[in-house]
Ligand binder design. Structure first.
Ligand code: ZN
Length: 90
């Protein structure tokens, strides 16, 4: 088993490199992890969750933006109505 960090040869059962001390990662283990359906499913779910979170935040921001615009427009309209009311009363 070759060390992925320094390339030194190590016994197959050794978990850490005898030359540099870094953990030896077996390529086969990584491939098996990626190929297991639960791992892929978990990754997909977390990815979808993140996507939906981003969409949720975006929608919330749009709703707030719209609410502010409606309030602003309503305020201006109300102000104009009062102003015109004062003008017509005089
Ligand atoms: Zn090493």
């Amino acid at each position: 088993m070759k060390c992925s960090n320094c390339g030194a040869e190590n016994p197959d059962r050794q978990k850490f490199c005898g030359a540099c001390g870094k953990e030896i990662i077996k390529k086969q283990d990584v491939i098996e992890q990626l190929q297991s359906p639960s791992q892929i499913q978990h990754f997909m779910q977390s990815h979808q969750f993140l996507q939906s979170e981003v969409i949720n935040i975006h929608n919330t921001l749009r709703t707030i933006e719209r609410t502010i615009l409606i309030l602003l427009f309503g305020g201006i309209l109300g102000f104009l109505l009062i102003w015109f009311g004062i003008l017509t009363l005089q």
